[in-house]
Design a protein. Structure first.
Lengths: 545, 358
C-alpha cells in the first residue's frame, strides 16, 4: 500500500532538509514519489511537523535490573502520578506493555536497553519481546566479569582471546553493542572497596579501570562493531568528578567512545557547599574530543527510582533513598543497585543537577555528539521527555523554572545566562539522526527513500510539552500505529544485534570457565530466535570488518 | 482437541473471577496465563507462592540484599544456613556452595566457615569448620539472638554454652569479608526475614554481607519475574479492576476457592520433575480447566488438557539457580504431539476473542 503524507514540514537534518513537502511510504520503507501512481491512502499533514521516529539511545526498559526495580518500587507510577508526572497511577504503567505504548504515543520507534547482563540475556530479551510497537536492542555489560578481568590480568595481555570473548558475548546475548559500567569498580566492591578511580587497580587482577576501558575500545574497534563502547565512568554523582570524566575522555586517545548520562559527571566542587556546575569545563573537553559522543542523562524534579549496574555507587547512594528502602543485588559481574530517589526542586544539589544537564545540551557545539537521554528512569521517567524538549527549545520556559529554584542554586548555575533555544532540526538530531548514526542503524533516524518508514507527525505549537506528548500520527515500519496521541494498532517490532565473528575455541574455554566456577553451562543463556513467537524478530547490523 | 479447547474457552468466557493457579510452567506458559488473566479480570497465583510472596512483600517494604549462587560459592567466607528447608529442598546445596578445587579470587584471608542455625548438622563439606547453633531454642529466637549478637547488642540467654556460640558467631560474622545467610523463605515468617535483612544491613556498614534465598520450586521465581515485568506486581495479583492489585492473603488460590470468590480455576502443572497437585478438595464445585503433563483426577465438568512437560517435551525458559536468572533448558526428547501451555492458553485466548466478536 502506497501512503502519502501530504504537505507537511519535513525536518530531516541528516539531509539538511527543513522544508514543506510530501513523503511517501510503501512496504515499510520511505520511497521516492512514484511516477504515475495514485497513493492508496493520503494523510493531509499540511501545517504539521514531520520527523523520523525518535530513537532513544539509553533507556532502562528491560531485564533483571529493571524488574528488580519494579519489585522494589511497584508504587513508582502511583507516587509519580500523584506529583503530576505524566504516567498512569498503576504498577503496570512501567511494565513492558505500557512502555511500548507510551513510547509510541510520543513518536518514539526505537529504544536501546543499555545494561543487559550476559548471563541474564534471556530475561532481557523475553521482556523486550513483550514490549509492543517499538524496535529494540540491548547493550551487553562486560568489564567487571571475572573472565574479562582474568584476560586483562597484569602481565597477561596476550592473544586475541579478549576479542573472541567480546565477540562471543555479543553474539551469544544478541546484543547491539558493549557497555562498560564503572570498569573494575564493581569487582573492587566485592573486595569491600567503597570508591574506585580511573587509575586504581582491581584487587587480585591488577588491571586499572583505564586499562579495561582502553582494552574494550580497542577490541570493539577491531571487531568493527558500529556502536563504540558505551561507557559509564567511575565516580558517578560525586562532587569534583568532572576531572574523572575529562581524564577518561583523554584516555580514549582519539578512538571512538560513547559516554553515558554525562550530566552525572558535570560536577565541580567549588563554592560554599563544595558542589558546583562544571558543565562549561566538561563541554569544552567534549567539544574538543571529536571521537566522543555522549548522552546527557537529564534530571527532572520528582519521584523516580535509580537502577544501575554501578553497584559501588548505588551502595553509597542508599543513604539518600526516598522512600527509605533499597536493594543491593550482588550478582555475577557487575551486580545491581536500586535506590528510590526524589529529585527536589528545593534541594541545592538536585536543582544544580537539573541546571547542569540543560547547560550541557545548550553548550554543545555539535548536537550530533550530545544526545538526548534521561537515563530513564534514573534522571527522570521517559514519559517526561516532552518537558525537557520544552526547556531546551524555549528560554522563557527555562526562565520560569529557573525563577523557582533556590537562590543558592541559581547563583552557581550558568543556565540563566544561556539564551540558546534548540531548533526543531537540532531536536531531530539529538533524538533521531545522531542516535541512529552512532548505533550504526543507518536505516532510520532520517527520511530519505530507502529508510525504514518510522515517521512521527506533530502539531507545531509553542507549548512543546504538549506538542511532543502526543504525536498526531506515528507510522512504525509503514503501519499507522498512533493517531491523535493514541495507539490505534498494536504491532510488534524487531530486535537488532551484531554478529561479529570469533574463533570457536572461545566457546570451549568459556564453557569450562562457567562449569568450574559457576556450575553452569553457557548454553543456558544463549539467546535464540525462539525467545519470541513473532517471525523475523531479530535483525543483524553488519560489523565493519 | 478443538472441541476441548472450545469447552475451556466457553467455561472461562463465562467466568466472573477465574483464578490461574499452579502455574508450574515455563516463561511462555506464564506469559500466556498472564495475558488471559488480564483479559478475563482474573487472579494469578503459583502453587509455591508462599515464600515468594513473603520475600516480595519485604522487598516492597524495605528492599533486599541478595547475592547470586556464583558469588556465594566463589567469594563467601562465612555461610550461615538458617532452618532445615533449604537443604531439604536442595540436598546438594552445601556441595554447591563449597565447591572443591579453585574458586575465583575471594576477599579476605579467612578460611571458609559454615554456621548452621536451627538445623540438624547432617553431612557437611570436608575441611570446612562448622558451628551448630541450635538445641531447644526456636528458630525465630535463634535468628533474633544472632541478629543481636551481630550488632553487639545485649540479650538475655540462660544457656551459657549457646550464648558463647552465638557471641562467637556474631564476632565471626563481623570479621567476615563476605558473610551470606542462606534460607528458604517458605520456612521463615516475615519478622525472621526482616531480622536477617537487618543483620546484613548492619554488617555492610563495614564489610560485605548478603542473603541467598532459595528459589521456589515449579519455576516459581521465573513465573514471578514474568508477572512483575508484565503487571508490575508479583504473583497473587488480581486483574479484576482497572489497576492490578496484589495481596498475599486475598489472592491466594485455596482461599479464593474455599470461599467461593473464584468461580473458575485454571490449574497448570506442566514441568518436568516438580509437580503441583490440583487442590481437588478445595475446588470441589468450582469448574476447572486443567493443563497437565501427567494423568490427573478431575471432576466430570472439568476440562482436562494434556500438555507437554517443559524441559522434557519442549525447550523451556526457566529460572535456573546457578545463574540466578532465567535460562533455557533444552528438551530431553522433543515431543511435538503434545502442545505447550503457551500454545493451549493462546488458542483459548483467541477462541474467547472470536466468541466476543461473534
Amino acid at each position: 500500500m502506497l501512503v502519502k503524507l501530504k504537505g507537511g514540514r519535513i525536518i530531516d537534518p541528516a539531509h539538511n532538509r527543513d522544508a514543506v513537502g510530501d513523503l511517501y511510504l510503501e512496504n515499510g520503507r520511505i520511497v521516492e514519489k512514484p511516477d504515475g501512481r495514485e497513493p492508496d491512502e493520503v494523510h493531509d499533514v499540511s501545517g504539521k511537523i514531520v520527523m523520523a521516529g525518535a530513537i532513544d539511545v539509553h533507556s532502562h526498559i528491560a531485564g533483571t535490573n529493571v524488574t528488580l526495580g519494579r519489585q522494589l518500587m511497584p508504587e513508582l507510577p502511583v507516587l509519580a502520578a500523584a506529583e503530576g508526572q505524566p504516567i498512569l497511577p498503576s504498577p503496570a504503567a512501567w511494565g513492558a506493555y505500557a512502555t511500548g505504548i507510551r513510547y509510541a504515543e510520543m513518536g518514539y520507534t526505537t529504544v536501546i536497553e543499555p545494561a543487559m547482563i550476559p548471563t541474564h540475556a534471556i530475561e532481557a530479551h523475553a521482556e523486550m519481546a513483550s514490549i509492543p510497537i517499538i524496535d529494540v536492542a540491548g547493550l551487553v555489560v562486560l568489564g567487571n566479569d571475572d573472565y574479562t578481568l582474568n584476560l586483562l590480568r597484569s602481565g597477561n595481555e596476550k592473544s586475541d582471546e579478549l576479542k573472541d570473548y567480546v565477540a562471543w558475548t555479543l553474539s551469544h546475548s544478541k546484543a547491539l553493542g558493549l557497555k562498560v559500567i564503572n570498569a573494575g569498580g564493581s569487582e573492587a566492591f566485592k573486595f569491600n572497596a567503597r570508591t574506585f578511580d580511573l587509575d586504581e587497580k582491581v584487587p587480585e587482577y591488577g588491571v586499572t579501570s583505564r586499562g579495561i576501558v582502553e582494552a574494550m575500545q580497542k577490541v570493539v574497534a577491531d571487531l568493527g562493531v558500529p556502536h563504540p563502547p558505551h561507557v559509564h565512568c567511575n565516580n558517578l554523582g560525586i562532587a569534583g568528578n568532572v576531572d574523572t570524566a575529562i581524564a577518561t575522555l583523554e584516555a580514549t586517545q582519539g578512538r571512538p567512545v560513547h559516554f553515558a548520562h554525562i550530566q552525572f559527571y558535570g560536577y565541580g566542587k567549588e563554592g560554599d557547599k563544595g558542589f558546583s556546575s562544571a558543565a562549561p569545563r566538561l563541554m569544552e573537553a567534549i567539544n574538543k574530543h571529536e571521537n566522543a559522543t555522549v548522552d546527557v542523562g537529564q534530571v527532572l524534579f520528582g519521584q523516580t527510582v535509580t537502577i544501575s549496574g554501578d553497584i559501588l555507587r548505588q551502595f553509597d547512594g542508599r543513604r539518600s533513598a526516598s522512600p527509605n528502602k533499597w536493594t543491593i543485588n550482588q550478582g555475577d559481574g557487575n551486580g545491581t543497585g536500586l535506590v528510590p530517589y526524589n529529585y527536589k526542586k528545593k534541594s541545592f544539589v538536585n536543582a544544580l543537577q537539573w541546571a547542569i544537564g540543560l547547560e550541557i545540551f545548550l553548550l554543545a557545539e555539535d548536537p550530533w555528539r550530545v544526545l538526548f537521554s534521561t537515563d530513564h528512569p534514573n534522571g527522570a521517567l521517559f514519559t517526561r521527555y516532552p518537558e525537557i524538549f520544552h526547556l531546551l527549545m524555549d528560554r522563557d520556559e527555562r526562565a520560569r523554572w529557573v525563577d523557582s529554584l533556590p537562590e543558592a542554586s541559581r547563583q552557581v548555575s550558568n543556565l540563566a545566562g544561556i539564551s540558546r533555544e534548540l531548533t526543531l532540526s537540532e531536536l531531530a538530531i539529538i533524538t533521531r539522526a545522531a542516535p541512529a548514526k552512532i548505533l550504526g542503524m543507518t536505516d532510520r533516524g532520517h527520511l530519505a527513500p530507502g529508510a525504514i518508514a518510522d515517521v512521527a507527525v506533530y502539531t507545531n505549537q509553542k507549548n512543546k510539552t504538549k506538542m511532543f506528548s502526543a504525536a498526531d500520527l506515528v507510522f512504525k515500519s509503514g503501519e499507522l500505529v498512533v493517531r491523535k496521541g493514541n495507539v490505534v494498532e498494536i504491532s510488534w517490532g524487531r530486535c537488532y544485534h551484531v554478529e561479529p565473528g570469533f574463533d570457536s575455541q572461545i566457546k570451549r574455554r568459556v564453557s569450562a570457565f562457567y562449569n568450574r566456577y559457576y556450575g553452569a553451562d553457557p548454553s543456558w543463556f544463549g539467546v535464540t530466535e525462539a525467545i519470541s513467537d513473532h517471525p523475523d524478530r531479530f535483525a543483524t547490523i553488519r560489523c565493519k570488518s | 482437541m478443538d472441541s476441548t479447547l472450545e469447552r475451556a474457552a466457553k467455561l472461562l468466557a463465562n467466568a466472573r473471577f477465574p483464578i490461574f493457579g499452579g502455574l508450574y510452567t515455563d516463561i511462555k506458559g506464564a506469559m500466556a496465563a498472564l495475558s488471559l488473566a488480564q483479559k478475563l479480570g482474573g487472579v494469578i497465583d503459583h502453587a509455591a507462592s508462599e515464600g515468594i510472596s513473603r520475600a516480595a512483600r519485604i522487598m516492597r517494604e524495605t528492599g533486599a540484599t541478595p547475592a547470586s549462587f556464583g558469588e556465594v560459592r566463589n567469594r563467601a567466607d562465612t555461610v550461615v544456613i538458617i532452618g532445615d528447608l533449604a537443604r531439604e529442598r536442595d540436598p546438594e546445596l552445601l556441595n554447591t556452595l563449597f565447591p572443591r578445587g579453585k574458586t575465583l579470587p575471594r576477599p579476605g584471608d579467612n578460611k571458609r566457615e559454615l554456621i548452621l542455625v536451627g538445623t540438624k548438622k547432617g553431612k557437611t563439606p570436608p575441611g570446612v569448620r562448622v558451628t551448630e547453633i541450635g538445641g531447644k531454642t526456636t528458630l525465630p529466637e535463634l535468628v533474633a539472638l544472632l541478629g543481636a549478637s551481630v550488632r553487639e547488642g545485649r540479650f538475655e540467654l540462660g544457656d551459657a554454652a549457646l550464648r558463647r556460640k552465638i557471641e562467637t558467631a556474631g564476632a565471626r560474622l563481623r570479621d567476615s569479608a563476605f558473610a551470606v545467610f542462606v534460607y528458604d523463605p517458605a520456612e521463615l515468617e516475615e519478622p525472621v526475614l526482616h531480622t536477617i535483612l537487618e543483620a546484613v544491613r548492619h554488617l555492610v556498614k563495614t564489610t560485605r554481607a548478603a542473603t541467598l534465598s532459595l528459589s521456589a520450586p515449579g519455576n516459581g521465581e521465573g513465573v514471578n519475574l514474568c508477572s512483575t515485568w508484565t503487571s508490575g506486581l508479583p504473583v497473587r495479583t488480581s486483574f479484576a479492576h482497572e489497576v492490578p492489585e496484589t495481596s498475599i492473603w486475598a489472592y491466594e488460590t485455596e482461599r479464593l476457592l474455599k470461599t467461593g470468590e473464584a468461580d473458575a480455576l485454571v490449574w497448570i502443572d506442566a514441568l518436568e520433575g516438580d509437580s503441583a497437585t490440583p487442590p481437588t478438595k478445595a475446588f470441589r464445585g468450582v469448574p476447572a480447566v486443567i493443563l497437565s503433563a501427567r494423568p490427573v483426577r478431575a471432576g466430570r465438568d472439568d476440562v482436562v488438557i494434556e500438555v507437554g512437560a517443559a524441559a522434557a517435551d519442549h525447550d523451556a525458559a526457566l529460572y535456573l539457580p546457578p545463574i540466578a536468572g532465567i535460562g533455557i533448558v533444552k528438551a530431553r526428547s522433543k515431543n511435538k504431539n503434545k502442545p505447550t501451555v503457551g500454545d493451549v492458553l493462546n488458542r483459548i485466548n483467541a477462541l474467547i476473542d472470536a466468541k466476543g466478536a461473534a
